[in-house]
Design a protein around this ligand. Structure first.
Ligand code: PBG
Length: 335
């Protein structure tokens, strides 16, 4: 059988440039297009009122107090952005070894969820599950004798998950990379009457240096002891991502995510082709910082390069992208 993607006829019978001869012709044959529906907007939450704090390593990104987050959520919903991802910058004084603020029903994330849902019930809210915004050592799990212990961490993540579901979170997004957590969270959600809460698993999450600016934003870069290589994946590995994704699907994930994004588009493609699941990619803080640094220097044309980078995720097979550019790009897409 001939491959339909390989032209049957040779030049000059086939001239690839015919379909590129004018804007209308190019639009006719365009295969992938970025839509507002593809965007999930991550925002950082802080205590206080009427606070907007710039994140120096993420030019253009601000941490928002809850009242400001409520305004941002309304703007996002009006533009048609389907969902927000909320990340707390927990005051240092309440970070501790166990990260117990994660299951406080009045923690920043829970209060933000309730406040946003009260004003803007029609936007989806995604909450990360991992202990790093709450632990004094900056790790996603519990640290015992220099080791991140798996099974006890999963118990803590269950408490965090139920706490966030009670606050009204729509999508639980475990970013911790502990083994067996998706199954445990799915079972706990079912048992507690949250059978409609979705799980977007950070299924293939790599131990990446591209998370640096995010750790600044949530205030964990100063506190992190060591690295996350004993739970996040080695960036040299591709097959292992497929095993991670297969496990998370078998344990009850509704959607899977690959993270970081642009340096891992090969993984996005492999995962989408193999599992045909709703597949998301996270254009992480370091990717944002990299683009913004070049844009702010006038070295890259911002409007064009951001759309190109995000469209590449679609071409690779992603159904949606978590991106700090979401609000700006939604405005541009809506003209
Ligand atoms: C925490 C978490 C991280 C990110 C999302 N959730 C950082 C990490 O694993 O250290 C990174 C997001 C980004 O860099 O934009 N578990």
């Amino acid at each position: 059988m001939s491959d339909p993607n390989i032209p049957a006829a040779k030049f000059p019978t086939t001239r690839m440039r015919r379909n590129r001869k004018a804007d209308w012709a190019r639009r006719m044959v365009c295969e992938n297009e970025l839509k507002v529906d593809d965007l999930i907007w991550p925002i950082f939450i802080i205590e206080g009122e009427n606070q907007r704090q710039p994140v120096p390593s993420m030019p253009g990104v601000e941490r928002l107090s809850i009242d400001q987050a409520v305004i941002a959520a309304r703007q996002a919903a009006e533009l048609g952005i389907p969902a927000l991802a909320l990340f707390p910058n927990t005051p240092d004084a309440i970070r501790c070894d166990e990260g117990s603020e994660a299951w406080n029903p009045d923690n920043l994330v829970c209060r933000a969820v309730r406040a946003i849902k009260a004003e803007t019930p029609d936007i989806g809210l995604l909450c990360d599950v991992a202990l790093d915004p709450y632990t004094s050592h900056g790790h996603d799990g519990l640290l015992e004798n220099g080791e991140i212990v798996n099974d006890k961490t999963v118990e803590a993540l269950v408490r965090q998950t139920i706490n966030q579901a009670r606050a009204g979170c729509d999508i639980i997004a475990p970013s911790d990379m502990m083994d067996g957590r998706i199954g445990a969270l799915r079972a706990a959600l079912e048992e507690n009457g949250f059978e409609h809460v979705q799980i977007m698993a950070y299924a293939a999450k790599y131990a990446s240096a591209f998370y640096g600016p995010f750790r600044d934003a949530v205030g964990s870069s100063g506190t992190l002891k060591g690295d996350k290589a004993s739970y996040q994946m080695d960036y040299g590995n591709g097959d292992e991502a497929l095993r991670e994704v297969a496990l998370d699907i078998s344990e009850g994930a509704d959607m899977v995510m690959i993270k970081p994004g642009m340096p891992y588009l090969d993984i996005v493609t492999r995962v989408k082709q193999k599992f045909a699941m709703p597949t998301f990619a996270y254009q992480v803080s370091g990717e944002y910082a990299m683009l913004m640094a070049a844009i702010d220097n006038g070295w890259l044309d911002g409007d064009r390069v951001i759309i190109e980078a995000l469209t590449a995720f679609k071409r690779a097979g992603a159904d949606g992208i978590l991106t700090y550019f979401a609000l700006d790009i939604a405005r541009k897409l809506k003209g």
